[in-house]
Ligand binder design. Structure first.
Ligand code: FES
Length: 110
């Protein structure tokens, strides 16, 4: 089952998918990194960044400046890299725990 609009997409800052989609439709950020202006999504442990990029690309289209023509090597997990329509909320959330353990990153304090 795909992610529900009310599912949390950034666990560090408790940002639901709906907020990120609304932000992208309203602000039309050129780069996915600008989604950080939406309740700081993506600025904690980094787990959700690939999903934020997918949401950004889906809503805003792909924008690649000339200096980023080649794809960076992405070594992260399949759970996080799956599109929002290809993963359920439990699998997405479980993947983050694995990511935090593998990378030894810490979520921001509550
Ligand atoms: S889950 Fe989004 S920054 Fe940690």
């Amino acid at each position: 089952m795909p992610l529900d609009p009310d599912d949390t997409i950034c666990f560090c800052f408790h940002v639901p998918l709906r907020k990120v989609e609304s932000f992208c439709r309203r602000e039309k950020p050129k780069a996915a990194s600008q989604i950080s202006e939406c309740l700081a999504a993506g600025t904690g442990c980094g787990w959700c960044i690939p999903m934020l990029r997918k949401v950004h690309t889906k809503i805003c289209g792909e924008y690649k400046p000339w200096w980023k023509q080649e794809e960076a090597v992405d070594y992260h997990s399949a759970e996080r890299d799956a599109g929002q329509d290809a993963i359920d909320s439990e699998t997405y959330a479980a993947g983050r725990a694995k990511y935090l353990a593998e990378t030894k990153r810490q979520p921001p304090p509550e």
